[in-house]
Design a protein around this ligand. Sequence first.
Ligand SMILES: [Zn+2]
Length: 461
Amino acid sequence: MSTLIRGGTVVNATGAVAADVLVQGEKIAALVAPGFEVQADTVIDATGKYVIPGGIDGHTHMEMPFGGTSSVDTFETGTTAAAWGGTTTIIDFAVQAKGTSLLSTLDKWHSKADGNCAVDYGFHMIVSDVNDTSLKEMESCIDAGVNTFKMFMAYPGVFYATDGEILRAMQKARETGATIMMHAENGIAIDQLVAQALANGKTDPVQHGLTRPPELEGEATSRAIALAKVTGSPLYIVHLSASHALDAVTKARDTGQNVFAETCPQYLFLSLEDLAKPDFEGAKYVASPPLRPKEHQTELWRGLRTNDLSLVSTDHCPFCFKDQKELGRGDFSKIPNGMPGVEHRMDLLHQGVVRGELSLERWVEISSTTPARMFGLYPRKGVIAPGADADIVVYDPTAEQTLSAATHHMNVDYSAYEGMELTGKVDTVLSRGKVVVDGDGFHGGAGHGRFLGRDLNQYLV
Ligand SMILES: [Zn+2]
């Protein structure tokens, strides 16, 4: 079975070129200069469109337990929504509960995802219990294709790790080549601010933002960088939201330290003003770290251009407004933390191209190529090249669309971007050679997606 994607502009991180793309089976067989005759069973017309590697979202939480409830996208609904938005790989987080083993956690997440994903998927491992056994188990996880371990400086009593625990895990990462991912917010200080706000009767969603000031993200980021420096561990800061944290990352990278960071669309497009919306509507925007005052956005876009921010993931963690976000009416600290976004990352980042914040190539790089290299999937993923998986998006850069909960495919009852008008839209999506989305709708299904055992971070030298 062969498919020819004809007449488009192939955009890789290294440049754009007019070429036809020949797909055979699950792989890209060839790039062909326009005008050369090639036979194929099916032809997809990409005239006037971009042909880009499928998006890789390195940070999602499907079916994740949190605060007595669970994120509402299943692996099936979440990966289906991802496919609609041009994302053909997700990397989700297996969550170790305290007192359980990493390997049984990994088994549990495999059984949630196996046979249920519409696109390919991998796992990171959340380490919430650092001890001799779990440190040893990190080695087995690496052998099983899971070599990125997330820790938390936030959420005392839940996921929180002490500096000593972080140090020990980082030593193991240094020894094995693994990467430590960090949720960098000073949770000990934040918990005091939260308790004080509630004691003073300040209960609205905006307090979620005000009790998690950007300085405490900057401080935790600097501390994580110092611990990584001492241990020699690679460090990846997840969902960086504040200029204070970006300054710390920039400084570390300037010294040559193996420090990387992602940001998320919500920090580029939304702000504290959304969190301050009246009638509890701000609850829709509660995620941690919180949305920041608008001036941080300028710095984040700058960071994406200068590569101080390496890539953009969504931290997709959807909770419905009704019944779930509403758990926090009268107490903002009980609002489940997380926002939906897996479907819209490619389109939102394309606005960066439209507005002149990003080059076309950089758009592809931060949404696909860099995640592939950062998470050990390149050149199988993240590039339109012979031999790569045929994860391909035909993207129409001139189509107009309006985001809305009425039309999105995520299993959640609101859109954080309701009414936002965007330029550019996914036209056709191939996942390993199979057309899963086109003008007629969705042709994929649960079970098409396969687990991806991953190599180590390819940015390390
Ligand atoms: Zn997350």
